[in-house]
Structures are given as structure tokens and as C-alpha cells.
Design a protein around this ligand. Structure first.
Ligand SMILES: Cc1cc2nc3c(=O)[nH]c(=O)nc-3n(C[C@H](O)[C@H](O)[C@H](O)COP(=O)(O)OP(=O)(O)OC[C@H]3O[C@@H](n4cnc5c(N)ncnc54)[C@H](O)[C@@H]3O)c2cc1C
Length: 579
């Protein structure tokens, strides 16, 4: 039996840089394990507001510690992206409880990023008091089309304004003392970001929006009706307002994605506990070859996503607005692909658990319903892949020598870089030659993957998409998916090296990446047969390569890494875990 490379809260071994963080992790684990599966299932099934969880947030100082940058709170409060990511994974393990943290991250982000000191001081105090926060970007009629948002403030002189308009799908909006709002100045048409208090009488809560499982954050719809605003409520105007919104979403993307790693991991334990101990026709369910391969794939995809998310966090932590904004690519891929990989794993495990995963007393039921949220909300996978593909040329060409990105498990406040992400053309963002990361690697599937990457580079350089093809999002997004696997593989590999992951595991992981690339290429060739420009089809077909399939390797990984998880984590029903 080898070391478990996934999170197991009942045998928590994650490296944390300080005692306060360790205590917070321990208390959080204790809270959820003692709350127990039974109580969590009631929260989920009866749409019960988890007031015990809110009380825990308040009493433990969880959000005050995690969401207050250094200098505004107690000694251990800092905006530490590694710590935050690890928390999202941990809380995501227990389900949608992470959503309250998620929307609080989004809610406080624009305030910390603004120059409004009054708001910052108030926010620091409210965090200490144990409040949760909200982010009011979306509107019912406009979805991803933020340019059309209608919420607005009308200047009425003497630094006063009146805010009007509704916001829809806003988590925590029934109780947040600060909701960051994005809208326009009704007079000038400029973007504006401002803050409202959900408890104010001009802020009318129109009700919960019933979305499966979203009770934890109370997904809401509210309206600002002649809401009086003063200059001290304004965060930013013009491009700056739009900028702090997008920069906040850049952070949010990472948290919602890594929460899905936690969610899928929890389902994996449950699926193994169930299937490995269920006998059909006199044998274990896990004796069937398709079940074995399903488990290996699900485990590999979750583990890869975990490696990717933490490596993307490393890049984000050391970003610099002048010299290194590679995280914009890596975060987009985290949102679109790393999150989706957990959903892919959940689908495989659902097929294995079959009826059991519909039972509402299982965690699997939550995972089946909600792992995909991260893929579709807060900027859909389409939007993020559309962003990622813009980097393809610079990823492959005009490379520069950027310093190696260190492992991000250090004690550091990230607010100076993450709250000042800067603007500028994506075209100016440069990359190291990705091949440097793989130097010296002789693993069969990694080498095949690298050949595929070079073939995609050839496709991109010798038969690039035309303007019309780029405009056709179906064509463009599929190329983006192929490219996404390459950048994904780079970060997975880098983190696997840092974490000393067994070479056999890495080779197996890359066998899936090779298969994924092949699938996307085949899709493109099928969908656009007869409609390619000169050389495109040939260059695409050249990308397809056979993976190295090794049944012995698969079997040994199954025994050492996957089925050894049988019984490693068991849902508690409220009893104390260490007794
Ligand atoms: C549970 C939940 C929680 C949420 N929490 C919040 C919150 O706290 N705060 C908040 O502000 N919002 C929140 N949202 C809103 C969420 O961010 C939006 O759902 C999301 O931005 C997408 O909008 P839409 O779902 O209306 O899709 P639409 O905008 O209607 O998109 C329709 C389709 O068009 C595609 N599409 C749209 N634009 C593009 C593009 N540029 N390129 C390619 N494809 C495109 C989409 O991918 C999608 O397939 C939440 C939503 C839900 C359901």
C-alpha cells in the first residue's frame, strides 16, 4: 500500500505553514466529522439552513482569518492563497458548505482591491464579527453578458447617488452586510462598483432561487429600490470597476474548482467502500474489468486535478503584474478543465455505484448533483476556454526565460499581488518553453504527450485558425480543449515532480491526457470534415498518437493506490472520529 495522494480528513496530513492554520484545519474537520453525515444529509435533503455551520464560522474566526489581508486583522489573518485553496478543498469535501466561503471570497475581493479605506476598515470589523459576504454581478436577463447589466446608480449631487436594479443568483445575499455590486453610472454609462447592505430597507430580498443543494449559501434574488449611496460606498468607477470584478473572479475560479476536487474525493471513498464490499454473482463488484478500469480512471483524474489546482495556485502566488501574468491562462484552464475532470470522475463513479448514488443518504448524491456547478457557473467553461485559447500562440512561440515557480506552500500574504493584478493585453503575456518542465523525462506516455504537443504547435503555426474559424466558437473551443490538455499536462507534471509522485502514477495519468487529446482531435475531424483549410486536417490527424497501455501497471496501481482506500474514510453519523 502506497501513500494516499488524495485528501483524507480523517487522516489529515497536509503540510500547513503555521499553528493557527493547523488549528483551523483541525477544528473544521472536527466540526464536520462531529456534525456527521446524518446531519449533513438532512441539511441537504430538507434544504435546512446550516445555522451550526454559520455559528462555527463565527466562533472559529474562520473567514476573518482566511479573508482578511495582513495588516487589517489579527496576527494570523492574511490572504494566503495556498491556505485558502486547501480550505476550499477541505470544505468542498463535505459538499456545498464551500459555497458560503466561495461567495464571501467574491464579495470581499472587490472591497480589498479598491482604494476605499472606509469600506476596508468596516469589512475587517465585520469579518471579525463573523459575517458572510456576497458578490452581485449577475442579472437575470443577461447571464454571461456583463456589458448589458442594468443595475445602476444615478448621481443626485453632493456625493450622493440613488441605486436601482436587481441582481439574480446571488449567494449569501439574504444576510450579507456587504454585497459588492457591479453596474453602471446612469448618467455617464461608466462602469461602477459599489457596496450595499442586504439588511438596509432599500435592499429588497425577493426570495431564494431554488437550485438543488444551494441552501448553504441561500442563493438569492434581490432588488435595490432607490437605495441611497454616497461616495463612501463607491469602490471604483470606469475600467477600474470592471477590473476589480474580473480580478476577483480570477481568484474565485480557483476556489470553486479545487472545492470540486474535495467533493469528488469524498465520493471516491464512498464508491470504493460500496463497490469493493458488494458481491454480485459471488464476486466483488470491483473484480469486474470495466469497474476496475473505471476506478483507476476516476482516481487518476481526481488526483491530476488536485495536482493541477495546487500548481496553478503556485503560479498565482508568485504572479507579478509587470513580469508574470501566466496565471490568467492557468486559472482559466483550472476553471474549465480541472473542475470538469472531477465531474468526469463523478460520472464514472456514478456508473459504478449505480442505484446507490441516487440514495439521498449518500454523499455521492450530492457529488452527482453538484460537482458540475464549477464548470458552468461564475464564468462557464466555454467562456474560460475561449480565454485560454488566446494564449496558444504565445505558449508555443516567442518563449522567454522566466524564473522557476517555487512550490507555493509558504507562509505569505498574497494581497499585494492578487489585489493588484494589473491590466494589459493578453498578447503581451509570455511563457517559458513548456518542454523545459519535462526535461529528462523518459516516461512513455509523457513522451507521447509531448509529441502531440509539438504536433498541435505545428497545426497552430502552419495551419492557424482563420478569423472566421476563430469566430465560430464551436470550432475554436474544440481547438482550445486540445490546447487546454497540453497546458494542463505541464502543470500536472510540475506538481507531480514537486510532490515526488511515483513515476508509474504519472505515466498512467498521462495516458489519459493522450487519450483526451485524441478524442478532441477526432471530434474536430468528424465535425468539420470537408470544411478545413489547406493542411489543417493533415496537421490535426498528425496529433493523434496511440497511448502506452500497460495492464500490469494498471493492476499494480489499482492495488497499491485505489483499492487500498477501501475503508480509509468512512462517513460518520455524528460520533466522534477519534474515539
Ligand atoms: C448556484 C449558482 C450560484 C451563483 N452564484 C452567483 C453569485 O454569487 N454572484 C453572481 O454574480 N452570480 C452568481 N451566479 C450566476 C452565474 O455566475 C451565471 O450563471 C454564469 O455567469 C453564467 O450565466 P448563465 O448561467 O445565465 O448562462 P448564459 O449567460 O445564459 O449562457 C448561455 C450559454 O452561452 C454560453 N456563452 C455565454 N457567453 C459566452 C462567451 N463569451 N463565449 C462562449 N460561450 C458563451 C454559455 O457558456 C452558456 O452555454 C450563480 C449561479 C448559480 C446557478
Amino acid at each position: 500500500m502506497k501513500k494516499n495522494i488524495l485528501l483524507n480528513p480523517q487522516k489529515f496530513e497536509q503540510t500547513v505553514p503555521d499553528k493557527k492554520t493547523q488549528d483551523l484545519f483541525d477544528e473544521t474537520i472536527e466540526f464536520f466529522e462531529h456534525k456527521g453525515n446524518f446531519s449533513m444529509r438532512i441539511d441537504s435533503n430538507k434544504r435546512r439552513m446550516p445555522t451550526d455551520y454559520y455559528q462555527f464560522i463565527k466562533e472559529s474566526g474562520l473567514f476573518a482569518t482566511l479573508l482578511t489581508p495582513a495588516g487589517f486583522g489579527d496576527e494570523d489573518a492574511r490572504w494566503d492563497h495556498y491556505r485558502l485553496s486547501a480550505f476550499s478543498e477541505l470544505i468542498g469535501f463535505y459538499g456545498l458548505y464551500q459555497y458560503t466561503l466561495q461567495v464571501s471570497v467574491l464579495g470581499v475581493g472587490p472591497i480589498w482591491m479598491s482604494k476605499n479605506e472606509i469600506q476596508k476598515q468596516e469589512l475587517a470589523q465585520q469579518l471579525k464579527e463573523g459575517h458572510v459576504f456576497a458578490f452581485g454581478m449577475s442579472e437575470r436577463n443577461h447571464g454571461a453578458d456583463l456589458y448589458s447589466n442594468e443595475a445602476n446608480i444615478l448621481p443626485i449631487g453632493d456625493g450622493g447617488y440613488i441605486a436601482n436594479g436587481e441582481k439574480y443568483y446571488i449567494g449569501n445575499s439574504s444576510r450579507a452586510p456587504k454585497i459588492s455590486i457591479f453596474g453602471k453610472n446612469a448618467k455617464t454609462g461608466e462602469y461602477v462598483a459599489w457596496v450595499v447592505d442586504s439588511r438596509e430597507r432599500h435592499c429588497k430580498y425577493c426570495g431564494d432561487i431554488e437550485v438543488a443543494g444551494m441552501f448553504q449559501g441561500q442563493l438569492g434574488h434581490f432588488e435595490m429600490i432607490e437605495y441611497p449611496i454616497t461616495d463612501s460606498d463607491i469602490l471604483e468607477t470606469g475600467d477600474g470597476a470592471f477590473g476589480i470584478g474580473l480580478a476577483t473572479v480570477n481568484i474565485g475560479k480557483t476556489q470553486t474548482s479545487i472545492a470540486r476536487v474535495g467533493m469528488a474525493t469524498h465520493m471516491l471513498y464512498e464508491a470504493i467502500n460500496h463497490a469493493h464490499n458488494r458481491y454480485l454473482y459471488g464476486n466483488r463488484v470491483t473484480d469486474m474489468p470495466h469497474i476496475r478500469r473505471g476506478f483507476l480512471e476516476a482516481w487518476s483524474r481526481i488526483a491530476m486535478s488536485r495536482l493541477y489546482c495546487y500548481r496553478a495556485a503556485d503560479y498565482f502566488r508568485q504572479a507579478n503584474k509587470e513580469t508574470d501574468r501566466r496565471y490568467i491562462l492557468f486559472n482559466a484552464i483550472q476553471k474549465a478543465r480541472a473542475a470538469a475532470q472531477n465531474e468526469a470522475a463523478v460520472i464514472i463513479m456514478h456508473n459504478i455505484m449505480a442505484a446507490k448514488a441516487y440514495e439521498t443518504n449518500t454523499f455521492a448524491e450530492t457529488a452527482v448533483r453538484n460537482t458540475g456547478n464549477a464548470v458552468r457557473l461564475e464564468g462557464t467553461a466555454h467562456v474560460n476556454m475561449g480565454q485560454a485559447v488566446k494564449f496558444m500562440n504565445n505558449y508555443f512561440n516567442n518563449n522567454v526565460d522566466l524564473p522557476e515557480v517555487p512550490d507555493g506552500k509558504m507562509l505569505k500574504d498574497d494581497s499585494s499581488s492578487m489585489f493588484d493584478q494589473g491590466f494589459g493585453k493578453l498578447k503581451n503575456i509570455k511563457f517559458n518553453d513548456y518542454r523545459k518542465s519535462f526535461k529528462g523525462c523518459e516516461l512513455a506516455n509523457v513522451k507521447i504527450f509531448l509529441e502531440q504537443a509539438e504536433s498541435l504547435k505545428k497545426f497552430s503555426n502552419e495551419s492557424p485558425m482563420s478569423k472566421e474559424q476563430m469566430k465560430n466558437q464551436d470550432f475554436m473551443l474544440n481547438v482550445a480543449e486540445i490546447f487546454g490538455v497540453i497546458a494542463y499536462g505541464q502543470l500536472v507534471f510540475e506538481k507531480a515532480e514537486i510532490e515526488n509522485i511515483d513515476e508509474m502514477v504519472v505515466d498512467q495519468m498521462f495516458s489519459y491526457l493522450v487519450r483526451d487529446i485524441n478524442s478532441f482531435v477526432i471530434r474536430q475531424v468528424n465535425e468539420y470534415a470537408g470544411h478545413f483549410a489547406d493542411g489543417q486536417k493533415e496537421n490535426l490527424l498528425h496529433i493523434i498518437k496511440e497511448p502506452h497501455i500497460d495492464f500490469e501497471r494498471e493492476e499494480s496501481l489499482l492495488v497499491d493506490y485505489v483499492f487500498s482506500l477501501d475503508g480509509a474514510y468512512g462517513s460518520t453519523y455524528g460520533e466522534k472520529i477519534n474515539e
